[in-house]
Write a protein that binds this ligand. Structure first.
Ligand SMILES: [Fe+2]
Length: 382
């Protein structure tokens, strides 16, 4: 096997010490997807597996992007909140197909699925057996991430979140060898995205940035990226979701999404994601919408423990700390999104959801020690 920094002995310990790293090559401008042929040529790629979902496949621009993928096989079967058995099937297909790269074109579900399939193309075993950090022996085959929503950040992170419905939970598979090789972030691809998806995925990005700053693993480099993302989203997200929303607002939101991804990929997420992933795992509800609705109540609940970082966020958007959560709630009300009641979550599930949130791998990243009792209190406050 070829030696790279990713599989060099000892690199895993080194990566933990380095704190901030982004090995993915990132093109972050409108039209960047046109670079795909040069990227594939640079990789020496002869035959690639293209993964997407049916919604993205029906986009007007899809065939144009597909025509840039060279010799390829296409699979459009990726489902929302991708399930482990679908990933295992695609992993088998990837190993059998002798592909030299995987291209994921889609939102967070597609990118997480394609990232896991790139790893399984080089590693034999069910995806769930690699749950955790650096549990797979070989680096992924090159993965090219092309996001078509503005929230996931998956195009610049080492993690893939996969649902295990039988256990009613989501697992995280992550590792130094799972970073995408390239991220082509092209805001032209969100021009026709429905407004509610710009809103919910944009708020997912906002949540990534906020949690990167208020969490224990925050660091100066990720803070800068996250604060820039927060300012961009605070200024442009509402505009990006209106009929008159200018193209430049969507470009700023798309940019913020990737910056926030770099930030939380080098810090972590926290309580909002712990709870949204537990609810998403049990009830298969949209990740971005859950984060949007959980963000303000969770910040409010943790306020005493996060005064200092929250103060920096408030001042970055020009709001006094003591009214920040209120201003955020008002800002979210301007977005074309459904409310908590419409999700119709049965309170009988609260104990289970709270317990799963406490068990989430990101729970220790919270400054406030969050137990199932705390998560239950947040759910009840909604
Ligand atoms: Fe997220």
């Amino acid at each position: 096997m070829q030696r790279t920094w990713q599989n060099y002995p000892g690199s895993q310990g080194l990566i933990d010490l380095v704190m901030f790293r982004i090995p993915t090559r990132v093109a972050l401008h409108p039209g960047s997807v046109q670079q795909l042929p040069q990227v594939l040529a640079g990789l020496g790629s002869k035959h690639v597996l293209v993964l997407t979902d049916q919604g993205v496949r029906s986009a007007l621009w899809f065939d144009d992007v597909l025509s840039l993928c060279g010799s390829h096989d296409l699979d459009d079967s990726i489902e929302p909140n991708p399930k482990h058995h679908s990933i295992d099937r695609l992993g088998e297909q990837a190993r059998a197909g002798s592909y030299d790269a995987v291209i994921g074109i889609g939102g967070g579900s597609v990118l997480d699925a394609a990232k896991a399939v790139s790893m399984l193309a080089a590693n034999l075993g069910p995806v769930a057996s690699f749950e955790g950090k650096n549990r797979f022996p070989n680096p992924s085959i090159p993965f090219i991430a092309i996001p078509t929503t503005c929230g996931t950040g998956s195009e610049v992170t080492w993690v893939s979140v996969i649902s295990v419905p039988e256990e009613k939970r989501k697992i995280s598979v992550k590792g130094d060898g799972m970073f995408p090789a390239f991220a082509l972030v092209d805001s032209n691809l969100i021009e026709s995205l429905p407004h509610h998806l710009i809103a919910s995925t944009g708020m997912d990005a906002f949540t990534h940035a906020v949690e990167a700053i208020i969490g224990k693993p925050s660091n100066p480099t990720s803070d800068i990226l996250a604060l820039e993302a927060i300012q961009l989203l605070w200024t442009y997200l509402v505009d990006a979701c209106t009929e008159t929303g200018a193209t430049h607002a969507k470009e700023r939101v798309m940019r913020a999404s990737t910056l926030a991804g770099m930030a939380f990929g080098n810090a972590d997420v926290g309580a909002v994601h712990c709870l949204s992933e537990s609810i998403g795992g049990v009830l298969d509800l949209p990740h971005g919408l859950l984060n949007t609705l959980l963000l303000a109540p969770t910040l409010s609940y943790q306020q005493d423990s996060i005064q200092e970082p929250l103060g920096r966020i408030a001042s970055a958007v020009g709001v006094e700390l003591d009214v920040f959560v209120y201003a955020l709630t008002e800002r979210i009300r301007e977005l074309p999104l459904s409310d908590w009641k419409s999700l119709d979550i049965n309170p009988d599930l609260f104990d289970e959801l709270a317990r799963l949130a406490e068990g989430n791998g990101s729970n220790p990243s919270n400054r406030m020690n969050m137990t199932a009792r705390d998560y239950r209190a947040i759910l009840e406050s909604l």
